[in-house]
Ligand binder design. Structure first.
Ligand code: PEP
Ligand code: MN
Length: 290
């Protein structure tokens, strides 16, 4: 499954898929690309699914204002972290269960399913109680016990690419979840670390056609973490849809300048509304809809 090949070896498409792509994540494992169902919303179909919301859940007011507005702009799923993987232990760590309760309440009020991060095997049960979809973050892409644990649930999983993971490692991480019987996995390209420092990460949009070429799993893109720059998010979001992404996950905040986490890369509500108008045109141009 993990056969290594040397770079000067010429491989046909077929051989590439056989060498690199693990069994269950392999495009050949299913007759056609699968659709992942998140409480009534399907990712991987004709429609490009937009997931939007704050980096972190901060308050009811923040969530309500953001959720109502992004829903009006045609977002289909609400995001928001209750357990936050912060680089510094002194930064805001999230509201924990209180944040999960808020997410559930807003979801019930607005009808938007919610996705939120689970960082630890010990949190899987509680996050499952409140969330419609589990997010495994970039920093945990190779946390194999966590991958197995979410694989044992029957909740859809949003798996983010590790910031230093190859496509092969990314697919092997998905394989861990699939191997436990959970087939509802969405892959998310969120930027990788390169020598470039002008952006927070280098958004690898070539991962979109590559992953879709190799696997039957839906692929979405996170241009917020992929760039780290609010002004650059719209351009990369449009590019991701043009490249064939099945969805986008974007950070949106009703007052980005006051956000406790990632405000500099969060769109405000009018910026998001404008972007959605533009994305609808791009989606249509590539035979999709939003
Ligand atoms: C997030 O979605 O807020 C997040 C922390 O993402 P990543 O794991 O991609 O850094
Ligand atoms: Mn964030």
């Amino acid at each position: 499954m993990e056969t290594k090949i040397s770079s000067d070896q010429e491989l046909s498409d077929q051989e590439l898929i056989e060498c690199f792509v693990p069994m269950k994540a392999n495009i050949k494992a299913k007759p056609e690309p699968i659709r992942v169902k998140v409480n009534g919303i399907e990712i991987g179909g004709h429609e490009v699914i937009i997931i939007a919301g704050p980096c972190a859940v901060e308050s009811m007011q923040q969530l309500v204002e953001t959720a109502v507005s992004v829903r009006k702009s045609s977002a289909k799923i609400l995001r928001g972290g209750a357990f936050k993987p912060r680089s510094s232990p002194y930064s805001f760590q999230g509201l924990g269960e209180e944040g999960l309760k808020m997410l559930r309440e807003i979801s019930n009020k607005t009808g938007l399913p919610v996705v939120t991060e689970v960082m630890d095997t010990r949190q899987v049960e509680i996050v499952c109680r409140y969330a419609d979809m589990l997010q495994v973050g970039s920093r945990n892409m190779q946390n194999y016990p966590l991958l197995k644990e979410v694989g044992m649930t029957r909740k859809p999983v949003l798996l983010k690419r590790g910031m230093m993971a190859t496509i092969e490692e990314f697919l092997l991480a998905a394989e861990y979840i699939l191997s436990q019987g959970n087939e509802q996995v969405v892959l998310c390209e969120r930027g990788i670390r390169t020598f470039e420092t002008s952006t927070r990460n280098t958004l690898d949009l070539s991962a979109v056609p590559m992953l879709k070429h190799m696997s039957h799993l839906p692929v979405i893109v996170d241009p917020s973490h992929g760039t780290g720059l609010r002004w650059m998010v719209p351009a990369m979001a449009r590019a991701a849809v043009a490249a064939g992404a099945d969805g986008l996950i974007m950070e949106v905040h009703y007052k980005p300048e006051e956000a406790l986490c990632d405000g500099h890369q969060s769109l405000n509500l009018p910026e998001f509304a404008q972007l959605m108008t533009d994305l609808k045109k791009v989606a249509e141009a590539v035979g999709r809809s939003i």
